[in-house]
Design a binder for this molecule. Structure first.
Ligand SMILES: Cc1cc2nc3c(=O)[nH]c(=O)nc-3n(C[C@H](O)[C@H](O)[C@H](O)COP(=O)(O)OP(=O)(O)OC[C@H]3O[C@@H](n4cnc5c(N)ncnc54)[C@H](O)[C@@H]3O)c2cc1C
Length: 510
């Protein structure tokens, strides 16, 4: 930003300024304040407000619990499990997530359940609702965390519009709030503005989105009156008695030709729904594209028949979900993962990755206290976040590459679950074992196989037997990593015993 002469009406001084007050920025602020730094948080909006990105995972819960314990944030700890989070107060709206459920629809036909369950996959992530993961209604959870900032001694300035960011040894942010020009001076700055990357853009960070393999777009909104999918499924003749958990009390994925639809149900009757399109957003208004998807899939149309957008909400669209930024080293600047890069809602990695980074930032500052992390730590942090984003991209893009055949897709998804289950068991330093050679070398060989199969499918050279052979290869090659009973041919695509128990020890398969 260009330097201007401005009339400053108010000045604040702190050690660290965090730009962005959603859960990422706000929780980082709590952590750094508890370590002993004077922290200011600024945001251009005020809570509560709509934010997308709502489904947590066991790794997210583990991080919430560890952050709460390490930094004495007692009020945060209940947010580590659905059973306790759902009782915090009416202020916090969550929904149960027992695992991941997938149903494969054919365009123009009703969903076809079968006794062999060739069109469905259910993978448990927890052993009961009490200890389950959850969906966060982000407007409520982000407010819950931001509203407590004063208790940790953090100053929060909302509706603060940044007009200038300066770095002269230390950082100065100049912005307007309520007609006043306010300057905030600090030694360190953290960019927690997600896709906006407000600080990084001001210093010229470039986007290198083309380095990511995944290429998707989305239309989404919050609905009320959605029918429970299990009821629709049963009406179609499906037998849900053996489902390891109710399919709708999970991150529900409807797999369709265009990509997939997510459904995340909250306890207040609202369901977050979004269609992720493989490739660019189709032409036309978001409403037309949305309706066209529902009209192409009779069972989805049935599920939505009595639903409507919640409150005064409108459908929203994102042209390309993925982004990645390239960084020059800038002293005393760190960015949260979602500011550096993001891949896709498939596999729900965003919240867990952000929480994992907050833990690392906490440790970095604890070691540096009362000073600030040095260049080596900062550089290593950015390098690791980029490595994690690219690793997620590897796993997610393989799932998209396999979409043309549900059997192959199941293998690609279970390959991811082998990785994530290993990470939940081992709690490695890197996110999802992104830096564990024995895991990455096996997995990359298999993601390459999936991409190769997809390429041959596109040229029409592929037979059914080759898909079978590929799924068998994936099963065999991951056997040494797979202590969780995943990819068991006798499972009928229903996995109950891969879930973590209350103490986060894994229970064996079988
Ligand atoms: C379509 C979609 C679906 C997703 N689904 C999931 C999911 O199911 N599970 C999951 O784990 N993750 C999901 N994610 C990822 C998840 O949204 C992010 O990981 C998460 O939002 C990161 O939180 P954050 O607080 O770091 O950033 P954000 O939530 O992006 O917050 C950024 C903050 O910065 C503020 N800000 C922006 N610009 C400025 C500015 N100029 N000045 C001041 N403040 C500013 C904003 O107001 C906001 O408060 C999804 C993402 C997308 C795009």
């Amino acid at each position: 930003m260009r330097r201007r002469i401005v009339d400053i009406q108010m000045k604040h001084k702190c050690d660290i300024t965090i730009v962005g007050s959603n859960f990422g920025g706000a929780l980082t602020a709590h952590v750094l304040a508890k370590i002993g730094y004077r922290v200011c948080v600024v945001d251009r909006f005020e809570h509560p407000r709509f934010t997308i990105g709502e489904s947590t995972t066991p790794l997210a819960d583990i991080a919430v619990e560890r952050i709460a314990e390490r930094y004495g944030l007692k009020w945060l700890k209940p947010l580590a499990r659905y059973g306790t989070a759902s009782k915090i107060s009416t202020e916090v709206v969550v929904g149960p997530k027992r695992g991941f459920s997938y149903f494969h629809h054919r365009q123009g036909s009703a969903f076809e359940p079968s006794p062999e369950r060739g069109s469905e996959l259910l993978v448990a992530a927890s052993t009961s609702e009490a200890v389950a993961d959850m969906h966060w209604l982000r407007s409520s959870v982000d407010s819950f965390i931001a509203d407590r900032l004063p208790d940790s001694g953090v100053r929060l300035l909302e509706k603060y519009r940044i007009t200038e960011i300066r770095k002269d040894g230390s950082w100065s942010i100049i912005g307007e709030k309520g007609g006043q020009t306010i300057q905030i001076d600090s030694r360190f700055i953290i960019d927690a503005t997600g896709r906006a990357a407000a600080v990084n853009r001001s210093i010229g960070a470039r986007t290198v989105d083309h380095e990511l393999l995944t290429n998707t777009s989305a239309i989404y909104g919050h609905f009320q009156g959605l029918q429970d999918w299990t009821d629709v499924y049963r009406a179609l003749g499906g037998n849900s008695d053996q489902h390891p958990f109710p399919a709708q009390r999970a991150a529900l994925h409807h797999m369709i030709n265009e990509g997939w639809m997510w459904q995340l149900g909250f306890d207040n009757g609202i369901t977050s729904c979004g269609v992720v399109f493989a490739g660019t957003l189709p032409a036309g208004s978001v409403e037309d594209r949305w309706n066209s998807v529902l009209e192409s899939y009779p069972s989805l149309l049935e599920q939505f028949k009595d639903s409507e957008l919640a409150g005064s909400e409108e459908l929203k669209g994102i042209k390309r979900i993925q982004y990645l930024r390239e960084f020059e080293f800038v002293e005393n600047l760190l960015s949260l993962p979602s500011t550096i890069g993001f891949v896709d809602p498939m596999h729900s990695t965003g919240i867990a990755q952000t929480l994992n980074a907050i833990e690392k930032i906490g440790v970095m500052f604890e070691m540096a206290n009362p000073g600030f992390p040095g260049a080596d730590d900062q550089t290593a942090y950015v390098r690791n976040v980029i490595r994690d984003v690219k690793w997620i991209d590897e796993l997610v893009s393989a799932a998209y590459a396999s979409r043309f055949d549900f059997e192959l897709f199941v293998s690609a998804v279970l390959l991811y679950f082998v990785v994530v289950a290993s990470a939940e068991r081992d709690l490695p330093d890197s996110f999802l074992h992104s830096d564990t050679g024995s895991v990455t070398s096996t997995v990359v060989k298999l993601t390459c196989l999936i991409r190769d199969i997809e390429a041959r499918h596109k040229t029409g050279e592929l037979g059914r037997s080759e898909i079978r052979k590929a799924t068998e290869t994936i099963r065999k090659e991951t056997a040494h990593l797979n202590d969780f009973g995943l990819m068991d041919p006798k499972s009928n695509n229903l996995y109950l015993h891969t879930a973590v128990d209350k103490s986060y020890k894994r229970i064996g398969a079988g």
